[in-house]
Write a protein that binds this ligand. Structure first.
Ligand code: XIL
Length: 341
């Protein structure tokens, strides 16, 4: 048989995969049990999944994932308490049902802000209280930095109504509800990009100075065959480690294509392309291993090439971002990561 991925990394850090609850049975479940010791909900723990309507929490799918993990000695990490996407509209409507962002009256804007922060408090407190015994590692806020937006902060409804207060509230309430043992992360993509990284650094530093309980940075790490250089990923992690923070790779996948490159390899991916992917995966994991002191987990945003969010992009082309192919067989990239010599 083939070696276990997570066992090969036992001296370094846990290895995880993001999945949908329906993947917890059959052949996919066997693959997961053998190769990962962390699991993440690809969608089942997002705001709209857990609280689609105010006051109505829907735990069925999330619980299914937690139960599967528990039964198989796998740890779950949480994604994500707060995000601008996949969040119910109801959060951002005022008491008359009007979008909060449209309010121009100063006094009413203050009322709205208070209401939104109360809703946020309830959302975070309810979820963290429910899973704190089962889940240690939490994505608290996701994708709040956007260098192109005013102040370098994503102009989301959260930000437009509360400024950066929603970030502060999310972390403080998560800590209050979860206690000192849970680990709280700020998660984002493109954290190697200098402008983005620097704005994130500045925000995190400001929050830490105010006593906001942030434990680490989650680096999504949706990369492709050429971009970004591995060194820029590591450099960013080193900067955050310098603030005393932990780093996680939270959503790793590797597209075969470079941005809007329309070259579709089709179902039969050329051997030389799979080899190139293996070489890049080897380089990446060698760097992660060399920096295990500042990285405490690596999570793939999926497990095998039969199921990847990259295939939902508007460009139609065969994506094969993982270490296992559509038949769930180990690819050259698997061997490069498990046996890099
Ligand atoms: C994606 C899921 O994979 C898709 O199934 C869903 O339709 C959209 O969200 N960054 C994140 C993840 O933080 O939550 C996203 O997941 C991928 C990008």
């Amino acid at each position: 048989g083939i070696p276990s991925l997570y066992e090969a990394y036992s001296g370094y850090f846990p290895i995880g995969a993001a999945i949908e609850p329906f993947q917890t049975s059959g052949l996919k479940a066997n693959l997961l049990k053998k190769h990962v010791n962390w699991l993440v909900a690809e969608n089942a723990m997002k705001p709209v999944s857990l609280q689609p309507t105010e006051g109505i929490f829907n735990w069925t799918q999330a619980d299914q994932l937690v139960e599967f993990a528990k039964a198989n000695n796998i740890e779950v990490r949480f994604h994500t308490l707060v995000w601008h996407s996949q969040v119910g509209d109801w959060f951002f409507k005022d008491n008359e049902g009007k979008p909060m962002v449209d309010e121009t009256d100063e006094a009413k804007r203050e009322v709205n802000k208070k209401l939104l922060l109360e809703r946020l408090d309830t959302h975070v407190r309810t979820i963290v209280s429910r899973y704190k015994g089962d889940i240690k590692s939490w994505d608290v806020v996701n994708e709040v930095i956007e260098p192109a937006d005013p102040g370098g902060m994503r102009a989301s409804e959260w930000y437009k109504v509360t400024g950066t207060e929603f970030i502060e509230t999310s972390f403080r309430v998560a800590r209050e509800a979860g206690g000192p043992d849970i680990k709280l992360y700020i998660n984002d993509y493109g954290t190697d990009d200098v402008a983005k990284r620097d704005r994130l650094y500045e925000l995190v530093k400001e929050m830490l100075d105010k006593g906001v309980p942030i434990d680490g940075v989650g680096h999504q790490t949706h990369i492709n065959m050429n971009w970004p250089p591995v060194s820029s990923i590591i450099e960013s992690m080193e900067m955050f480690a310098g603030l005393g923070l932990d780093n996680l790779v939270t959503e790793l996948d590797m597209s075969l294509y470079v941005w809007n490159d329309h070259n579709d390899y089709g179902e039969e991916i050329p051997e030389q392309i799979l080899q190139k992917q293996a070489d890049r995966y080897r380089e990446l994991f060698e760097a992660f291993k060399a920096h295990k002191d500042i990285i405490s987990g690596v999570v793939f945003w999926g497990i095998a090439d039969d199921h990847t969010w990259l295939s939902t992009f508007p460009i139609t082309r065969t994506e094969a971002p993982f270490l296992f192919d559509k038949q769930l067989h180990a690819k050259p990239a698997f061997w490069a990561v498990v046996d890099p010599a």
